[in-house]
Every structure is written in structure tokens, then in C-alpha cells.
Design a protein around this ligand. Structure first.
Ligand SMILES: [Zn+2]
Length: 402
């Protein structure tokens, strides 16, 4: 007790670090889903080596103890024709270039990791790891040869689809604007099957987040390797089409895979009022910018949007770490501790109260401890499971992924 007087001066710091200080960091922390804007690294405001408006930059990762992240090559779903494919391929190329720029510009702070061993080696060397994942196989441009190209670029998972059916498989969220038929038994297309087979042979993890349930079943039946869901929620707790039902959580686990529980507001708590408010804000900001439609790439960092979102956060509070932990707990109960992981979806709509950006990553670890998970469990959740699956996928491949 006699230490208290000396602690007085440190109190603000202790309060600030709060629960984060209450234990050691896990062996490695891996976030499997972080988006990047199209202008990433190209515009000074999105140079991740500096302080940025992004939820993930190098400083936030270093301060928050987030060791490794899959940065995603996301493209929006467009029409399945030559023009649409060409646009998607071009957008994706730009994003691969962005991530390569990141590691080239800051080689002492972050390195590209294309194997689990590199992630571990980077961690031991005190360097961050950047991995590459694909969100929406539409950006293959309907050309199987591009699988080899994306592997060479460093992509190590491929999310087959996004919002709206594509040429690989059906989406959990069909889009009327694209003329999608409603969900049926249709899952993987013939091209989608080729992509899964090629991914297995190359050593690229197949990611079923965003896929329809029928597609997930098709992938599980076809894939020779375990599969991942890079950012998904639990349907039993929150009835959202993007969340996985218990039978699929079990099926992914039975095949040795992993479901990365995502800290995305809409999958953790249904809040129709907030959804409406966000839609209204998006329409308003797009109109002010002189655009017909809201485009997250273009509008999300405009001051009017940022200020509007802050107002919405006050009126409709974000889900909390407790909501997030409830999903992790459910997934662990259903799928097992060896089959669950962690994803933020930062800079793609992710973020909750308590884990608003990468600088708050230790709050997640503290919340896991508070919820009763052991250090060994936490190590599995924070990346151990994902690395195990990644190794299994490498072992299924034709040649070692080097
Ligand atoms: Zn997503």
C-alpha cells in the first residue's frame, strides 16, 4: 500500500493503459482482415508510416501490440462482363502495388510474410508482418492463370465473393441491382471449383466469408485443405446473412479450419436505426460531393462523413467488447478452441467500442483474459489456430510455398 503515493504521478498512464497492462502479450497477434483505401501509400494522408486517419497504420500496430495483419485486396462486385473484369483486375493490381509499397518504404518496421515461419521470424525480430488476402475472387478477371500471378504477388488467402453473386460462387447477400437471383442450392460455379482446386495446389487458403451457405458447403466438400472464414460472425447470436450458422461452424472445424470472429458492428448487434442513419449520411455525403452514389473508397474520409459518423456513434452506440466476446465464446463452444480466431475488418467498416483501431488491440487480449480464457487459449485465438491452418494448406500444396 505504501507504493500508492509514488503511483500518483503514474495514475493517468495506468488509467490510460488500463486493462491492457494486466498481462503479457500473446506469442503473436494476427488480424486476418484489414482493408486499405485505393489511394493507400500513394497519397500522404494514407501513408501508413505516419499518423493517418486509418484504423490501422504502423504506429497504431506498434503501440497496440498488433503484430501482423492480412491487408486485403478488395474490389466491389460489378457486372460479369469484360469491362467489369478489366476494372476489377486494374483495381486489384493497384492494391497489390500499395501493399508492396508499404513494405518497401518501411523495411525496418514491417515485412511481407508469405509463410507462417516468416510471421514468427518477424515477430522474433520485432518487426511487423504484412500478409495479403483477397476479398472477392472477381478480381481474378475470370482468368485462372491469375491465380498463379496473385500467389506470386504474395496473396495467401482468397475470399471467393463479396456482396453480390460473382463468377465463382453465390454470395450470402445477393444484390438486386446486379440482377442476382435469390439464394438457392447454387454454390460454387465450374470456375469457382477450378479456383478452389488451384488454391489448394498453390497453397492459398480458401476464405468462405461472404459466401452463401450453399457455397460454403460446396467448398468444404471440394477443398483438399482446411478452409478459413477470414471475418465472420455467429448466426445463432445475431440473425444476419453474413453470420455463420452453427452447423457450418462445426463443419469448418471438422475439416480442420478456422473461423475468425469479426469485430464488425452489424454482425454483433442488430441496430436498424443505426443502419438507416448511416444510409442517410452516405446518400447525403455522396450528394454533397456531386456523386450519384455513395462510394466508400471516395467518401469515407471526407470530413462531413467522419463528423456524421461521430454523431451516429453517439445516437446509436457501437457494440462493445462484451458483445464481441459473446460471439467468440459461442464459436468456441460450438466449434472448439482450436477453430476460432480474431479479425477486425478495420478500414472496411469494422471497429467496436473498446477496439476502435489497432492501437487498442491489447484491450481485446485483456477482455479475453477477463472472460476466463487461459494464456494458451488466447495464443490460439490470436493467431496460433490461423498459423496451423496456413501450414496445413502449405502441406497440401504441390510445392512448398516459398
Ligand atoms: Zn468483408
Amino acid at each position: 500500500m505504501k507504493l500508492w503515493p509514488y503511483l500518483g504521478a503514474l495514475a493517468p498512464l495506468l488509467l490510460w493503459t488500463g486493462p491492457a497492462a494486466a498481462g503479457e502479450d500473446p506469442p503473436v497477434t494476427i488480424d486476418t482482415h484489414v482493408d486499405i483505401p485505393l489511394a493507400y501509400m500513394h497519397e500522404p494522408r494514407f501513408d501508413a508510416g505516419h499518423d493517418t486517419p486509418l484504423q490501422v497504420d504502423l504506429g497504431k500496430m506498434e503501440r497496440g501490440g498488433l503484430n501482423a495483419a492480412f491487408f486485403v485486396i478488395y474490389v466491389e462486385q460489378g457486372p460479369l462482363n469484360a469491362k467489369g473484369y478489366a476494372k476489377a483486375v486494374a483495381q486489384a493490381r493497384r492494391k497489390y502495388e500499395d501493399i508492396h509499397l508499404l513494405v518497401q518504404r518501411y523495411p525496418r518496421r514491417i515485412k511481407l510474410a508469405t509463410t507462417p515461419e516468416q510471421v514468427i521470424a518477424n515477430r522474433k525480430a520485432g518487426v511487423l508482418s504484412a500478409m495479403i488476402g483477397i476479398e472477392n475472387g472477381y478480381s481474378l478477371g475470370h482468368d485462372l492463370k491469375n491465380m498463379d500471378w496473385v500467389f506470386a504477388q504474395g496473396a495467401r488467402y482468397i475470399g471467393l465473393t463479396h456482396v453480390g453473386h460473382n463468377d465463382l460462387c453465390t454470395s450470402s447477400m445477393p444484390t438486386a441491382e446486379l440482377g442476382d437471383p435469390p439464394l438457392s442450392d447454387a454454390g460454387l460455379s465450374a470456375f469457382g471449383k477450378q479456383v478452389v482446386e488451384r488454391a489448394n495446389r498453390l497453397g492459398i487458403m480458401v476464405d468462405v466469408s461472404h459466401s452463401s451457405d450453399a457455397c460454403v458447403r460446396d467448398v468444404l466438400a471440394l477443398s483438399k485443405a482446411p478452409v478459413i472464414a477470414s471475418h465472420s460472425g455467429a448466426h445463432a447470436l445475431v440473425n444476419h446473412p453474413r453470420n455463420l450458422p452453427d452447423d457450418l461452424l462445426r463443419a469448418i472445424a471438422a475439416k480442420g479450419g478456422v473461423v475468425q470472429a469479426v469485430a464488425y458492428k452489424g454482425f454483433l448487434k442488430l441496430d436498424p436505426g443505426r443502419e438507416l442513419a448511416e444510409k442517410a449520411l452516405q446518400a447525403q455525403v455522396a450528394k454533397q460531393a456531386g456523386d450519384k452514389q455513395y462510394d466508400s473508397e471516395k467518401h469515407d474520409f471526407l470530413p462531413a462523413y467522419v463528423q456524421g459518423m461521430a454523431r451516429i456513434d453517439k445516437a446509436f452506440p457501437l457494440p462493445t467488447l462484451d458483445d464481441y466476446l459473446a460471439q467468440i465464446r459461442h464459436m468456441v463452444d460450438v466449434a472448439g478452441i482450436d477453430h476460432v480466431g480474431i479479425a477486425s475488418d478495420f478500414d472496411g467498416g469494422g471497429g467496436i467500442d473498446g477496439w476502435r483501431d489497432a492501437s487498442q488491440t491489447r484491450n481485446v487480449t485483456a477482455a479475453l483474459r477477463k472472460a476466463g480464457f487461459s494464456d494458451a487459449d488466447i495464443a490460439k485465438l490470436w493467431g496460433g489456430n490461423l498459423l496451423r491452418v496456413w501450414r496445413a494448406v502449405e502441406q497440401t500444396a504441390d510445392a512448398p510455398a516459398r
